[in-house]
Design a protein around this ligand. Structure first.
Ligand code: GL4
Length: 831
């Protein structure tokens, strides 16, 4: 929109330009203004919810001022930007993060206190923005925090789901889902951009004709139309003015109403048709590491990708640069294969709409995109049936056939007559029906492909993408180990520990340069420092204990070892092994004399996590955990020696309470299955030690913190295939301790054992996840944990040493690596 104010009038604008509040008085003035005008309330009817809303409005206004400055600066600097395309942004709450990053928490806290409110109560009013499933979505949230905090010009693009990940309740031990309608009280953290509306088309047909210049022109027309409306969420960097943008798209009916139907007197159905448009962005698919080929999901993907690219291209065209400079101005990162259609959409825009020649266009496309792979699990790899694809996106299907043809010609030239290779690398899988392999399309359409931890990046080169290493050589494939933002996962979640660390580092600079944590290592054996460290852990455990009391009605002893496994429930993550281990512990305690019991390290085993609604085995695991919990917690023979708790509805806000309270956390996936894991990093950063397998980022954590400060067990990734092969051809030799656990379950002590039949037989018949193979090694590692926890001083020094060496796992480091080796962008500082 060209609506710039003439210079003569600008003085008035500048005179009254909004400023960010800098002290308590200014905050309070803004707060009251919002109570009285935005909310139309007063001091006579301002409850916590209203106070939360007014405070967030005040803080939001402040962010918008910084946001405007940032966007103006980035536009005038006119340098290369990155766009992070992710179908999931698991943001959690915004208010505390905004205050801390903008450095106004103390002002706000005091400000609301004077007005009769407690900041903690206000923070509790905010619903989580839960627009993601698990690690992949939370990684995107950490990454945009880091992009802003390190002053890179970058935007996130996602979908504004009206329903985030479902809410989980436990009824009779089972998971029950209910919708997460998070926008009930409106969302103060978003700015609707009703003026940014983009038409998106589906279905229809294609045709081609030869124009006056003799050129063949392809057109796509006649389909269903919907509109994309932008909602902007400001993303404030920590300790910097840089405030970037997260643009989320919502679907709306087009203004093009079906007048034909309307005039024919069918008013109702013409309205109904247009209302269907809204369902596109209505709900997040609740699967993690699992592909389910629903047409609406593909519609979501295209809707979001087409809106985002239209926006990016429109911005580029305003600079009047030639197309070949597109990749000098723009980098686009594909968070998994979900946005892979962007490759095809950009090629379509260039060749069909902008008249760029195929080869030049394809060069631009591949120089623009980078693709991050987040899983090797076969059931997670996206493949769309050609008939479905063709029907929804006919022109894109044609372009994919062409991309594939040119690619296969190139392969054929390099490896003549290798028909097998051609069929293995083809974007089209020759099954019935044929399928579009999205990961292959993403590789072919990008200049770099990365995995998310060292082992995972090696595995993609030697397994699922092996043939592409043959074709492109190894340099196209690289590793960028994941990271986490220390702002949310230390400063916000564990303020007392953050303060203690700052007292030794000398400042809070370590929150921007996490390697400075090294400075606390000399205090690992300092008894005063240790005492403070332990007191903070105890405080955090008490905070969690209070939560557990409130939600589960269970009393837990803060002196017990808190053993935590919180993450999506999945067979590959092996919560079943954990609960089998808990049963083994329970049986052992039951068999002890009173004298022997005195030697036991008391434990609280804490579980949390959601199962995909259709994942039967994961739901059975949740039921077993709850069944065991009921029996164990009520058993007077056991008392405080063992408690088992399943915390319902695990989400970002609960993670902020749970993670700082752990002594041990479990990251026990079958080796080679967990691409990285990121909660492992969060737990260690908060002074918890890990019990884990040699998998994902556990390996690099071990390298950084030292083998003495982590409990590793289990078979290595390299032996997994052999073991699975053996299981296929002979009986699984059942671990004797596991056999006892199964006997106990089958005896009915945890209720109707028939419920767990399939869970047990998955181990006894094929044991794909090697639960039995790893069980003894797991129990041994647990025994070591029990012993070591008794030696408090050593435990504490290990905890301090581990934290001191976690600098590498800042998402700032990960973002610097992406910026340098994939995006080729540089930071822009505001002044
Ligand atoms: C995941 C991986 O499972 C997880 O290990 C990784 O940490 C995360 C972010 O890279 O991505 N892949 C999928 S799919 N969901 C995930 O959480």
């Amino acid at each position: 929109i060209e609506a710039s104010i003439p210079s003569a009038s600008r003085e008035v604008w500048q005179k009254f330009a909004l400023k960010e509040f800098v002290d308590k008085d200014e905050f309070q003035q803004e707060f009251i203004r919002h109570v009285e005008t935005t909310l139309a309330r007063s001091m006579y009817n301002c409850d916590d919810l209203a106070a939360y809303q007014a405070a967030s409005q005040a803080i939001r206004d402040r962010l918008i001022v910084a946001w405007n400055k940032t966007q103006q600066k980035h536009t005038t600097k006119d340098r290369k930007r990155v766009y992070y395309l992710s179908l999931e942004f698991l943001m959690g709450r915004a208010m505390d993060n905004a205050m801390l990053n903008a450095g106004v928490k103390d002002i706000t806290k005091q400000g609301v206190a004077d007005l009769g409110f407690n900041i903690e109560d206000l923070l509790e009013q905010e619903p989580d923005a839960a627009l993601g499933n698990g690690g992949l979505g939370r990684l995107a949230a950490c990454f945009i925090d880091s992009i802003a905090s390190t002053n890179y010009p970058g935007w996130g693009y996602g979908l504004r789901y009206q329903y985030g990940i479902f809410k989980q309740r436990i009824v009779d031990g089972y998971q029950v889902e209910s919708p997460d309608y998070w926008l009930t009280f409106s969302n103060p953290w978003e700015i609707p951009r009703y003026e940014i509306q983009i038409d998106i088309m589906f279905y229809g047909y294609t045709r081609k004709y030869t124009n006056d210049d003799g050129k063949v022109v392809h057109v796509w027309e006649g389909g269903e139309q919907v509109q994309a409306v932008a909602y902007d969420v400001p993303v404030p960097g920590y300790g910097t003015e840089t405030t970037n943008n997260l643009r989320l798209w919502a679907s709306k009916p087009t203004r093009e109403f079906d007048f034909e139907k309307f005039n024919a007197g069918d008013y109702e159905s013409s309205v109904r048709e247009s209302e269907k448009a809204e369902t596109i962005s209505a709900v997040l698919y609740p699967n993690d590491n699992f592909y389910s080929g629903k047409e609406l999901r593909l519609k979501q993907q295209y809707f979001w990708v087409a809106a985002s690219l239209n926006d990016i291209v429109r911005r580029f065209k305003k600079t009047h640069r030639p197309w070949k400079e597109f990749p000098d101005q723009i980098a686009i990162q594909l968070n998994d294969t979900h946005p892979t259609l962007a490759v095809v959409e950009l090629q379509r825009i260039l060749i069909d709409m902008e008249g760029v020649q195929w080869d030049e266009a394809w060069n631009i496309v591949t120089s623009t995109f980078g693709y991050t792979n987040h899983t090797v699990l076969p059931e997670a790899l996206e493949k769309w049936p050609v008939p479905l694809f063709q029907n929804l996106l006919p022109r894109h299907m044609e372009i994919i056939y062409d991309i594939n043809l040119f690619f296969l010609q190139q392969v054929e030239k390099m490896f003549p007559k290798d028909r097998d290779l051609l069929s293995r690398v083809s974007i089209i899988e020759e099954s019935t029906p044929q399928q579009v392999r999205m990961a292959f399309l993403a590789i072919i359409g990008s200049h770099k492909v990365n995995g998310v931890a060292e082992l995972h990046s090696e595995l993609i080169k030697t397994t699922i993408f092996k043939d592409f290493v043959t074709v492109y050589g190894p340099d196209k494939f690289m590793n960028v180990t994941n990271g986490i933002t220390p702002r949310r996962w230390l400063h916000q979640a564990n303020p007392k520990l953050a303060d203690l660390i700052a007292s030794k580092v000398g400042s809070y600079d370590y929150l921007k340069d996490l390697n400075l944590l090294k400075k606390i290592e000399p205090f690992a054996h300092d008894s005063k420092f240790q005492d403070e460290w332990v007191a903070i852990k105890k405080f955090n455990k008490a905070r969690l204990a209070a939560h557990i009391k409130q939600s589960n009605g269970v009393d837990v002893d803060v002196n017990a070892l808190f053993d935590v496994q919180v993450k999506r429930i999945h067979e590959y993550k092996r919560q079943q092994m954990n609960i089998f281990g808990v049963i083994h512990r329970y049986l052992s305690i039951k068999a002890m004399t009173e004298e022997e019991k005195k030697e036991v390290t008391p434990r609280v085993c804490i579980f949390g996590g959601k199962s995909a609604p259709g994942y039967y085995m994961a739901k059975t695991i949740i039921k077993l955990i709850n069944a065991v919990s009921e029996v164990v917690n009520a058993d007077a023979d056991v008392g405080d020696l063992l408690k088992v708790v399943f915390i319902a509805d695990y989400n970002v806000s609960k993670a902020e309470i749970i993670i700082p309270a752990s002594d041990i956390s479990q990251h026990i996936s079958t080796a080679g299955t967990e691409a990285s894991g990121t909660s492992n990093m969060k737990f260690v950063l908060n002074g918890g030690l890990i019990l884990g397998t040699v998998d994902g980022a556990n390996i690099e954590i071990t390298r950084e913190v030292g083998e003495n400060n982590i409990f590793l067990f289990g078979h290595l990734a390299e032996s997994v295939e052999d073991l699975r092969h053996k299981h296929r051809f002979s009986d699984v030799p059942l671990d004797p301790n596991l056999a006892k656990v199964f006997e106990a379950i089958e005896s009915g002590i945890f209720g109707d054992h028939s419920i767990y039949g399939s869970l047990i037989s998955s181990v006894t018949s094929s044991d794909y996840y090697l639960v039995s193979d790893d069980f003894q090694s797991y129990l041994d590692a647990q025994k070591l944990v029990d012993q070591d926890f008794k030696n408090k001083d050593t435990w504490t020094s290990r905890s301090i040493t581990a934290v001191a060496n976690m600098g590498f796992f800042s998402s700032d480091r990960a973002i610097d690596e992406y910026a340098e080796s994939i995006w080729n962008i540089e930071p822009i500082t505001l002044d």
